[in-house]
Ligand binder design. Structure first.
Ligand SMILES: Cc1cc2nc3c(=O)[nH]c(=O)nc-3n(C[C@H](O)[C@H](O)[C@H](O)COP(=O)(O)OP(=O)(O)OC[C@H]3O[C@@H](n4cnc5c(N)ncnc54)[C@H](O)[C@@H]3O)c2cc1C
Length: 315
């Protein structure tokens, strides 16, 4: 039976990084993944160029049951540290919007970088390799550890002192996502927070969305909000109409806070105070002026409203 200090399951962003650090610290590491291709989620991230970090990031940008986790993680490893690693590998990058850093060429360069870092740490990489059961023994020593895990895999059974589960979230099973990590958590009686989608677009029932499908591709800056008076979350970001619903940074951000059955409020013109301008024009009692004012509004807004009322008339 093969022995390792650490077995890491999942060769995505987290697993590759963890393996490279553990390997370079001198541990005997095996990294195992059941997918045919390495780190598919990195490859598709950021539209293929990966928004790999953000210069303005802080613990406040992370959602979770334990806010102190992000604080201590970011104190030990900052976005600047990752940028230095990217520079060390000669990967070109640029800043896009609000501190977001993207590769100039391709997210594949980050995958190559992480694999090179693993190789530098002498990491054994078993991929593709399906896993079966995991057993813990308090009395079987492994290396300096008095206890060990035994894992049955397609490449035989291995023993390790520590097991890292880095199998990611449940989204996109066709590129490797599975509930393996959740099953292991249940097996070892670890409490699991109920899962729900986050950082996702909103899709609508096809019939309900049909009148808006024509707007697909339209993007405009908006203010988006959800929640009640005491817990409102609000973002000023771009909204994108798609053929299935709404997307863009505004919707991805708010999706992490939205609770099913509650409203999402959109202000399609956060910089012009549209309602005030229209009410003022209406108060002046000049219908033609009101119509003109509305029709002069941002063209994209006029397109949004134009679907429902071809010629805009003040009421
Ligand atoms: C379309 C899209 C765009 C994104 N863009 C960005 C972006 O620009 N910037 C950003 O920071 N984030 C982005 N993300 C999010 C980011 O990709 C993920 O947060 C990140 O890749 C998660 O890394 P991970 O290692 O935790 O999990 P994953 O990358 O999901 O890795 C988990 C690995 O575990 C393996 N695995 C699962 N089950 C098993 C099993 N039973 N046995 C063995 N192996 C198993 C999988 O094959 C996979 O390789 C994007 C996500 C998507 C879907």
């Amino acid at each position: 039976m093969q022995e390792f200090d650490v077995a890491i399951v999942g060769a995505g962003a987290a697993g590759l990084f963890c393996a490279s650090v553990a390997g370079q610290l001198g541990l005997r590491v095996v990294l195992i993944d059941h997918s045919a291709r390495v780190a598919e989620k990195i490859r598709i991230s950021g539209g293929g160029r990966s928004n790999f970090t953000n210069t303005q990031v802080s613990a406040a940008n992370y959602l979770g049951q334990n806010p102190r986790f992000a604080k201590s993680a970011l104190a030990r490893y900052t976005p600047r540290d990752f940028v230095e690693l990217v520079r060390k590998h000669g990967i070109g990058f640029h800043e896009k919007h609000k501190g977001q850093l993207f590769c100039d060429q391709s997210a594949q360069q980050l995958i190559d970088m992480l694999q090179a870092e693993c190789a530098a740490g002498g990491v054994a990489h078993w991929q593709p390799c399906a896993l079966d059961s995991v057993r813990f023994s308090a009395s079987s020593p492994c290396g300096k550890s008095a206890s060990s895990y035994e894992i049955d895999s397609e490449r035989g059974t291995l023993r390790c002192a520590a097991l890292v589960v880095a199998t990611g979230g449940l989204s996109i099973p066709k590129i490797g996502a599975s509930d393996w990590g959740y099953r292991i958590a249940r097996q070892f009686d670890l409490p699991v927070v109920p899962t729900r989608p986050a950082l996702v677009p909103l899709t609508f029932d096809a019939a309900a969305w049909a009148p808006f499908a024509e707007l697909s591709g339209l993007s405009l800056p908006v203010e988006i909000a959800t929640g009640g008076k005491k817990d409102t979350m609000r973002f000023q970001e771009d909204l994108l109409f798609t053929h299935r619903g709404l997307s863009g940074p505004a919707v991805l951000q708010i999706s992490s806070y939205w609770q099913p059955g509650t409203p999402i409020r959109l202000n399609l013109s956060p910089s012009n105070v549209v309602a005030e301008q229209l009410l003022q024009a209406k108060a002046e009692g000049n219908r033609r002026k009101t119509d003109r004012k509305f029709n002069r509004m941002r063209p994209s807004m006029a397109r949004v409203f134009g679907l429902e009322t071809r010629s805009v008339k003040a009421g």
